[in-house]
Design a protein around this ligand. Structure first.
Ligand code: HEM
Length: 511
């Protein structure tokens, strides 16, 4: 017994020494604070974090809402120190004015490296710049815009609508979030890799291998984000070293995802006509400068960008619409007016210009993402000691997160009705959509790393909503969501926990 005890002590000793070292270091340094919050003198935010880690987004949003600086400081001995901000002045400073001093940083890159390698999303400096330049060039082409509209309209007309019509006819309960994720996955693969995974084809019945892959992708994403929420910053490394627990599952999920991405790269390498193709990957392959691993990482970055962002935006949107029939009617009116102006009939595809004319629909989606941003938090880190515009000190090595979620709910930015869903706040007197500064509405990021897929995302979301509301009614099954705001999964994207259960009806039956 005594022997066992001393062995355990021996095993724990490095951890205890590490914690003491971190504690001394942390206490010796200036720490970030949160207005109105009393951190534990030795353990910092640890006790409060342990109580609130399952609702980190809401907890940080509440603390930020109570802070005149619109910030939440955060420190736990042994874990990283830093702050989460929703202050537009901080965000402009971090994402644009002093961009070079706020990279993703080695710490975050190291945590995501197993999954994302050094693709666009998980790189800094020159490694990021060349990928960004090539991708921006491709995304700015008119041919890509046309291709996006064609791919999206085709997926709506030939896969999504038939699937929803069948669900209406059979009175079937659908998980709309799952359907929208598959839609996002099919379209991102076709636009970026010229590959059709057919996740929404064949009546939406997924082959086992694809279903496993979709599961592995979601799991890899959630488990890798779990590393950031680990209060003892090194415990995931220990689990990884011994290949146990969540790290063991992560390893398997990542292997599945990498194999899928590698298949796409190899298929494109063997394709004879890369120069003639419109997809983004073919342009990278045509230049012959990149290894298969580099191309795989690029593929993964785009998969993560496209698979869950638009589906997240739309899932929360359809849920919000279930309590706002007045908004649904106005969207349908606008769609009808655009049909009339463009001389098209229900069921025909909407062109880029027709979608652009749907200002009210644009406002309804934007307002929904203000309250439920698909990427709720985005971490950067501070490279060298700095001072924020209001004089607040930031130490080199601190993490600096901006919270799109907290920002969207601040009265100081959006007014006293900030928690109200009000699309009109985005419309001018002439009914035209009025965009906000990206530092106020940071849902698509801002500055040099701003989202490249924003236009594509709106094309996708507007096409889906316009076509669905033109013909169908989506009934959210409130008893499934418990009637209140559904719970979310805190991951790279804001997913709805358990999905969104709906039934579909033909519109003529509803009105
Ligand atoms: C509603 C949908 C979307 C939202 C809310 C969104 C949001 C964002 C955010 C917050 C970032 C910054 C991420 C970071 O710091 O690493 C980002 C970057 C990016 N997004 Fe999107 N995104 C959306 C859809 C898309 C789509 C459909 C694509 C298509 C390919 C895309 C492509 C990209 C790319 C390539 C970047 C990387 C920019 C860089 O690091 O230089 N996004 N997006």
């Amino acid at each position: 017994m005594a022997m066992e005890f001393s062995y355990s002590m021996l095993l724990l000793l490095p951890l205890v020494l590490y914690m003491s070292y971190q504690l001394t270091r942390t206490l010796a340094k200036k720490k970030p604070t949160t207005h109105g919050f009393k951190a534990h003198p030795l353990l910092g935010y640890l006790p409060a974090f342990l109580n609130n880690s399952h609702r980190f987004l809401d907890w940080s949003s509440e603390l930020i809402a109570g802070s005149p600086e619109m910030r939440m400081g955060f420190w736990i001995p042994g874990m990283r120190t830093g702050f989460v901000t929703a202050n537009p002045v901080d965000v402009e400073h971090i994402l644009r004015t002093n961009f070079a001093n706020y990279p993703k940083g080695e710490h975050a890159i190291g945590m995501l490296e197993d999954f994302l390698g050094h693709g666009l999303f998980n790189s800094d400096g020159d490694q990021w710049l060349w990928q960004r330049k090539n991708a921006s060039y491709e995304f700015s082409k008119r041919s890509l815009r046309r291709f996006v509209v064609d791919v999206v309209q085709d997926e709506v007309a030939n896969r999504l609508l038939p699937l929803l019509r069948r669900a209406a006819a059979g009175d079937v309960v659908l998980d709309l979030q799952d359907v929208l994720q598959r839609f996002g996955f099919d379209t991102i693969c076709m636009v970026v890799f010229g590959h059709d995974p057919r996740c929404l084809a064949d009546g939406g019945v997924l082959e086992e291998s694809k279903s496993e892959f979709m599961h592995s992708f979601g799991e890899a994403q959630d488990l890798v984000i779990g590393r950031f929420m680990d209060p003892i910053g090194i415990s995931w490394k220990i689990k990884k070293m011994f290949n146990v627990g969540t790290e063991r599952r992560l390893k398997k999920a990542v292997a599945d995802v990498h194999a899928f991405a590698m298949d796409i790269v190899r298929a494109r390498r063997q394709s004879a006509s890369v120069e003639d193709r419109d997809d983004v990957l073919s342009k990278f392959v045509a230049s012959d400068d990149y290894s298969d691993e580099v191309l795989r990482d690029i593929v993964l970055s785009f998969l993560i960008a496209g698979r869950e962002t638009t589906s997240s935006g739309l899932t929360w949107f359809f849920w919000l619409m279930s309590s706002r029939p007045d908004v649904v009617v106005r969207i349908a009116d606008e769609v009808r007016a655009v049909r009339k102006a463009t001389g098209t009939r229900p069921g025909e595809p909407f062109g880029f210009d027709a979608l652009r004319e749907m200002h009210y629909l644009h406002a309804t989606l934007t307002e929904s993402m203000r309250l439920y941003p698909p990427v709720p938090m985005d971490p950067q880190s501070c490279a060298a000691d700095d001072t924020l515009p209001d004089g607040t000190f930031v130490r080199a090595g601190w993490f600096v997160n901006y919270s799109a979620q907290a920002r969207g709910r601040l009265a100081a930015i959006w007014g006293e009705d900030c928690m109200e869903y009000r699309p009109e706040r985005w419309l001018g007197e002439d009914g035209a959509f009025q965009p906000a500064s990206p530092f106020r509405f940071t849902v698509f990021h801002a500055g040099p790393r701003t989202c490249l897929g924003k236009e594509m995302a709106y094309v996708q979301m507007k096409s889906i909503v316009a076509n669905v509301f033109e013909e169908l009614v989506v009934d959210v099954l409130k008893e499934v969501a418990g009637g209140g705001v559904p719970e979310h999964v805190f991951s790279v994207t804001l997913r709805m926990k358990g999905g969104l259960a709906v039934k579909i009806r033909r519109k003529t039956e509803a009105y």
